[in-house]
Design a protein around this ligand. Structure first.
Ligand SMILES: Nc1ncnc2c1ncn2[C@@H]1O[C@H](COP(=O)(O)OP(=O)(O)OP(=O)(O)O)[C@@H](O)[C@H]1O
Ligand SMILES: Cc1ncsc1CCO
Ligand SMILES: [Mg+2]
Length: 273
C-alpha cells in the first residue's frame, strides 16, 4: 500500500502538471506590493494571471475565470466593493475563490472588511498565524502589521474553528504550513526561512493555492496543502543558488517553472497532525 508521503508527493505532482496543462485563468484582486510577484508566481507554475479589479469589469469578466484570489493588503474603501462583487460573482458562477486576510488585526476597518468577505463563502482562507488568530477572535491588535508575531502552530485550533464555522479550508503559513477543513489537519514542512525576507511570498502562495484549487476544485483541502508544499520545494531548490532575498526571489520563479517530477516526489513533505 502507498504510504502517506508517497500519496502526497504524487498528488502534488498531479496538481502542478494539471496547472501546467490547463493553464487556469486566475483573477487577482490584490495589493500593490504583491502584484508583480503574484503574477510571476502564477505564470511560472503554468497558470494565467489577470489583475483585474474595476467594479465595471467584474460582471463580464469574473464568471469566465477558473478561480479568484482576493487579498486585502493595501485595502481602501474604494476597493472593497469590487472585492465583494467579485467574490459574489465567483461564488454564484461556481468558481472557487481564495481569501488572503493580510494584516487582518491591524485596524477595525480591515478586520470588519475581512469578516464581511468571509461571509461571501471563500473556498480557502490563507493567512499567517497572527492573521488567522485575529479573524478567529474578531479582534484588532495581535499582529505586527503584515508580519506574524505567532507561530503557525499557535493558530491550529483557531484555524479548525474558522474552517468548521465557515465550511471552508483554512491554511496558516509558517515554518510548518497548517491546512485544515475543520476535521483533518495536515502540516507541510517545505520552504526556507528566508521567504519571510521577501515581501509578498505569502500573497503569492495564496494565488498558487487558487490555481491548484482551480484544477481540482473537489479536493480543495489537498490542493491547498500541495500548493503550499510545491511553493516551499521551489524555494528549497532556489536556496542552493541564492545569495540573499533578492536572488532567492529570482531563483524561486525559475525553480517553480522548472520543477520536475522526481524533485516533487522526493521533497514534498506533508503529514497528518
Ligand atoms: N520559518 C519558515 N521556514 C520555512 N518556510 C517559511 C517559514 N516562514 C514562512 N515560510 C514560508 O514563507 C511563505 C510566506 O509565508 P508567511 O507566513 O511569511 O506569509 P505572510 O506573512 O502572509 O507573507 P506576506 O504578507 O509577505 O505575503 C510560505 O510559503 C511559508 O511556508
Ligand atoms: C508590505 C505590505 N504592506 C501591505 S501589503 C504588503 C505585502 C505583504 O503582505
Ligand atoms: Mg500575508
Amino acid at each position: 500500500m502507498e504510504d502517506e508521503s508517497t500519496k502526497w508527493g504524487s498528488t502534488a505532482w498531479t496538481h502542478l502538471s494539471s496547472t501546467r496543462q490547463q493553464s487556469p485563468l486566475i483573477q487577482c484582486i490584490t495589493n500593490f506590493v504583491s502584484m508583480d510577484l503574484m503574477a510571476n508566481t502564477l505564470l511560472s507554475a503554468g497558470a494565467s494571471p489577470a489583475m483585474l479589479h474595476s467594479l465595471q469589469e467584474i460582471p463580464d469578466f469574473t464568471p469566465n475565470i477558473h478561480a479568484l484570489c482576493i487579498n486585502v493588503g493595501t485595502l481602501t474603501s474604494d476597493w472593497l466593493p469590487a472585492m465583494k462583487m467579485a467574490a459574489d460573482f465567483a461564488f454564484k458562477a461556481g468558481k472557487p475563490w481564495v481569501l488572503d486576510p493580510v494584516a487582518a488585526g491591524a485596524s477595525s476597518f480591515r478586520l470588519e472588511a475581512c469578516l464581511e468577505l468571509v461571509k461571501l463563502k471563500p473556498c480557502v482562507i490563507r493567512g499567517n498565524g497572527s492573521e488567522i488568530l485575529a479573524l478567529f477572535m474578531a479582534s484588532v491588535g495581535s499582529s505586527k502589521g503584515v508580519d506574524s508575531t505567532h507561530d503557525s502552530t499557535d493558530a491550529i485550533d483557531a484555524a479548525k474553528a474558522l474552517a468548521e464555522a465557515n465550511g471552508c479550508i483554512v491554511a496558516v503559513s509558517g515554518a510548518t504550513d497548517i491546512v485544515t477543513d475543520g476535521k483533518r489537519v495536515v502540516g507541510a514542512r517545505n520552504g526556507v526561512a528566508m521567504l519571510q525576507k521577501i515581501t509578498a511570498t505569502g500573497c503569492s502562495v495564496t494565488a498558487l493555492i487558487a490555481a491548484f484549487v482551480a484544477v481540482d476544485p473537489v479536493h480543495a483541502f489537498e490542493a491547498t496543502a500541495t500548493a503550499l508544499s510545491v511553493f516551499g520545494v521551489a524555494a528549497e531548490m532556489a536556496m542552493d543558488f541564492a545569495k540573499g532575498p533578492a536572488s532567492l526571489r529570482m531563483h524561486l520563479i525559475d525553480s517553480l517553472h522548472g520543477l520536475d517530477q522526481s524533485t516533487v516526489l522526493s521533497r514534498v513533505n506533508i503529514t497528518s497532525l
